[in-house]
Write a protein that binds this ligand. Structure first.
Ligand code: SF4
Length: 153
């Protein structure tokens, strides 16, 4: 029975939700039994060519903190030498947080930028960021996703 048909018969919100979930589960199990791609394999098939690796629940919970930056510029203090040394690969920490780390398909470039910033510098910057951006966790996330893209390519 289609979900639209169920909505007409069941009045209660919870009962309706349970029924829709049950129908979806049966549908997925049925499709899997016949070898049809579902879930993560389907996600990879659909989004892999766009260079979008999957995000796990723990990463999803962290992501709002990655985007807390309000562009105060404090994390760029002392970054001039690293920016210069990178020859354009590292644009500074604020731009890394606001731009480089926002586009997953470009994480290979973001990873190259991170090569110019030691871990202890990332940790020190966490203490001065008024928005509490977790630079270390963000860098780890970018590197992990860049590695996943390489594996899936
Ligand atoms: S210190 Fe924090 S809020 Fe300020 S620019 Fe850097 S990441 Fe953004």
């Amino acid at each position: 029975m289609a979900a639209a048909g169920v909505k007409r018969i069941v009045a209660s919100g919870r009962a309706l939700a349970a029924m829709v979930l049950a129908i979806a589960l049966v549908r997925v199990l049925f499709l899997r039994a016949f070898g049809v791609l579902t879930g993560l394999p389907l996600f990879r098939q659909n989004y892999g060519p766009d260079r979008l690796p999957a995000v796990d629940p723990e990463e999803r919970a962290q992501m709002p903190r990655f985007s807390a930056c309000f562009a105060c510029g404090r994390c760029d203090i002392g970054e001039g030498e690293r920016v210069r040394a990178s020859n354009g690969a590292y644009p500074g920490m604020m731009r890394f947080v606001l731009a480089s780390s926002r586009s997953m398909p470009d994480y290979d470039a973001a990873e190259r930028a991170l090569a110019f910033v030691p871990e202890d510098v990332l940790r020190d910057k966490e203490a001065i960021c008024p928005a509490h951006v977790p630079f270390t966790a963000l860098a780890r996330f970018v590197k992990k996703k860049a590695a996943m893209m390489r594996e899936e390519a």
